[in-house]
Design a protein around this ligand. Sequence first.
Ligand code: ADP
Ligand code: MG
Length: 339
Amino acid sequence: MAKIIVLDEHIANQIAAGEVVERPASVVKELVENAIDAGATSIEVQAEEGGLSLIRVIDNGFGIEPDDCEAAFYRHATSKLLQGRDLFQIRSLGFRGEALPSIAAVAKVRLVTANSELGLGRAIEIEGGNLKLNEEIAAPRGTDITVKELFYNTPARLKYMKTIQTELGHISDVMYRQALSHPEISFTFRHNGNTLLQSQGGGDLLQVIAAIYGINTSKGMVAIEAENLDYRITGYIGRPELTRSNRSGISTIVNGRYIRNQGLQQAILRAYHTLLPINRYPLLVLMLDMHPSLVDVNVHPAKLEVRFSKEPELNSFVEESIRSVLSEQVLIPQVVKQN
Ligand code: ADP
Ligand code: MG
């Protein structure tokens, strides 16, 4: 029998990369979440060839302290969890400290960051987990990170990548979700030089909905607002005539994090139940705010699935709130048509 040894950092990062970095869209998601956590008000994302040849994320957030830049790429290194109990009170999007080391293990990464307005920052380059450069550099406050040749050293993973169009589709989904979750941030997304999304960042969710789904669609949405002791619901819900052929138009955002939850989705569908034709689904963007202890986001590395501690109460509140807005709306189209 071989002796038991602890995996070295390099191997551990490559294994974690298999979970965290499934495809180019996962890199975009992690980097954009870091930019959001850094308090950025403007985030620009560039991708080339479906993100396989290049992904670049530029933010105007608070940057990384020069002495911390290398540590940001260490495994389980994070500035977001100060004490163990913080895990049950998570407000930031990141907290595992896994993204940067995982990405750097399977790509060529260049990070330029500055945490002051003094114009001095730091550049770091890491290729396949190996540090190539760490030097002072002139840079504006914020972070500019470039990820090139994703999976260049893991050919088996690279082989599983789909067409550029498919990978681009996944990245676009990530960008749409982030823009919907953060109407207060201005997002720009370019692929091969073409601008595919531009949101203003003024905090107007309806404007983001218009940028993604089109102006006409946004006109068919009505505001929702409801609150009880535990939960606050805001956002826009589509009138029943705005139906879609699948569930991808159902966006649920909990404390600024785009999430998916089976029970919540069922509650939403129940609220629309008799109003939609069979096999048609609604379009809506539901923002839920609650105390972080009421939601567990530490279910999966991608943090898309969450668990709620008072699920039945939440679901019935959501169902009732949507139904009450819809029941008012059903009468309104006739009134509008008469004018
Ligand atoms: P996590 O987000 O889970 O903390 P990451 O590996 O994504 O882990 O990032 C490690 C650390 O690097 C973060 O905790 C943060 O301190 C820093 N960091 C990464 N990206 C940025 C950014 N765009 N702006 C400021 N700090 C960043
Ligand atoms: Mg992160």
